[in-house]
Design a protein around this ligand. Sequence first.
Ligand code: AOF
Ligand code: ZN
Length: 352
Amino acid sequence: MSYFCEVKIHENYIKRCIQLAKNGLGTTYPNPMVGSVIVYNNEIIGEGWHQKSGEPHAEVNAINSVKDKSLLAKATIYVSLEPCSHFGKTPPCCDLIIKHKIPNVVVGTIDPNSKVSGSGIKRLQENGANVTFGVLEKECSELNKRFFTFHQKNRPYIILKWAESQDGFIAPLTKDKTEPVWISNEFSRQLVHKWRSEEQAILVGTKTVLDDNPKLDVRDWTGENPIRIVLDRTGKISDAFFVKDGKTKTIIITEQENLTFSENCIYENAIFDIKLTKTIADISYKYGIQSILIEGGKQTLQSFIDDNLWDEARIFIGNKHLKSGIKAPVLNGNCQVKTIKDDQLKLFFSHD
Ligand code: AOF
Ligand code: ZN
């Protein structure tokens, strides 16, 4: 077989691994999404993906799915992330691959987790496996952009989200609480709930809580509620819905001492100075939070932009003209790539 042909075949199977891995979006935290396929004689004989932290890794599920285990000693295992070599909540996948004498291992990308980072590949090679790595490396690390950002930059992956009117306002100046102004439509509201189910945490500032009394949960989609992170400098939000629902872990970042609103709330003391966004990133890192969807308001969003502490911005453009109101946040011009999905949603990615 030509080298070119072999590369393309490897890429196709790694693409299948990525496809399988995506089944775990939103449920694997703090673990990455990983997919694996096992091939013998140009045929897929096993598949698996990592479903939930604490449960078997992708390779284990793939190996378990192979009916005739004797074929493993002649097969190739593909995995989108380097097989692990450490004892975490589960035993090392490398050991299982070695035990079954799988001769060929094809890996998408190295695991950035310092407990693994190359040692999985080394261990397999030392035990005689023929290891190919770096197949669709970019796509495989992009798949786990949250996990990679967390392990390489020691902070969560940060997604900004807001909706603005045709003329660039995110809300009217004075809000009539009995009749909220919806800038976006039902489709975008449902999409936001899907997004909430995909990220590990969601963050809002005090004003958003006081103005909108949001539930900050996943109602219009399936999946777990994200951890809530709320900025509450002076301890004003004790009456909010989500504080009282007692259901979902909520981290309240405050300057106040001795706040005790509800059992589901954890309090983190911080000084609300110019380093606030960095402090938020550090607190989130401490709690093992790998991604945050920042849902407002203007001041909170703008401070993450000004501090260059964001990875993605997702902006809905409504049909309405508000004519006046609170101006939408402004992204700093030179640091993003722009993709316009359609008229209603603009996606930006930070260059960094
Ligand atoms: C893999 N395949 O499917 C996953 C991997 O606590 P544990 O035992 O679940 O280990 C978690 C770590 O293992 C995680 O941080 C990452 O480095 C690796 N995850 N590795 O080979 C998988 N989920
Ligand atoms: Zn593993």
